[in-house]
Write a protein that binds this ligand. Structure first.
Ligand code: 5GP
Length: 127
């Protein structure tokens, strides 16, 4: 089973209200909240409310309504935070870690939105 969702993961607990979060935005299908260990002045995690493990899982299995809602929330967060390049902001980075090679810590699909400081190049060479 390539997408075996573990409903005991920390974001599932946040969605069930078992663990508090600092909500940035919430819609019917999507929740966005601040990362507990922020790595930049803006560090928001955007998650679908549905049980998706990774970006590819979400992209393949979510409904169009969920995908549109998620994407619009990301755009609205960028606009609300004033980080859009060309709109007076300094830009941002979105990251989604999937699986072992990317060191995904929480097995519920999430998009990191990072901004508010120079973010360097996308990847560092290892070895
Ligand atoms: P990943 O490595 O899976 O892409 O990122 C998981 C992120 O979730 C990390 O940046 C980590 O700081 C964040 N995180 C882990 N547990 C919690 C939590 O309980 N609350 C919040 N707000 N963020 C969390």
């Amino acid at each position: 089973m390539p997408y075996d969702y573990d409903d005991q993961n920390i974001f599932a607990k946040i969605l069930r209200g078992e663990i508090p979060n600092n909500t940035v935005m919430e819609t019917e299908h999507t929740l966005a909240f601040n990362d507990i260990h922020a790595q930049a002045p803006v560090h928001v995690l955007v998650i679908p409310k549905g049980p998706y493990v990774t970006y590819d899982h979400f992209a393949l299995a979510a409904s169009e309504a969920e995908i549109v809602d998620f994407t619009r929330v990301c755009g609205r967060i960028c606009a609300a935070a004033g980080i859009q390049p060309g709109e007076g902001g300094q830009g941002y980075r979105t990251i989604s870690n999937a699986g072992e090679a990317a060191v995904q810590e929480v097995p519920h699909y999430h998009l990191h939105i990072l901004a508010g400081r120079p973010l360097g190049r996308m990847l560092q060479k290892v070895g």
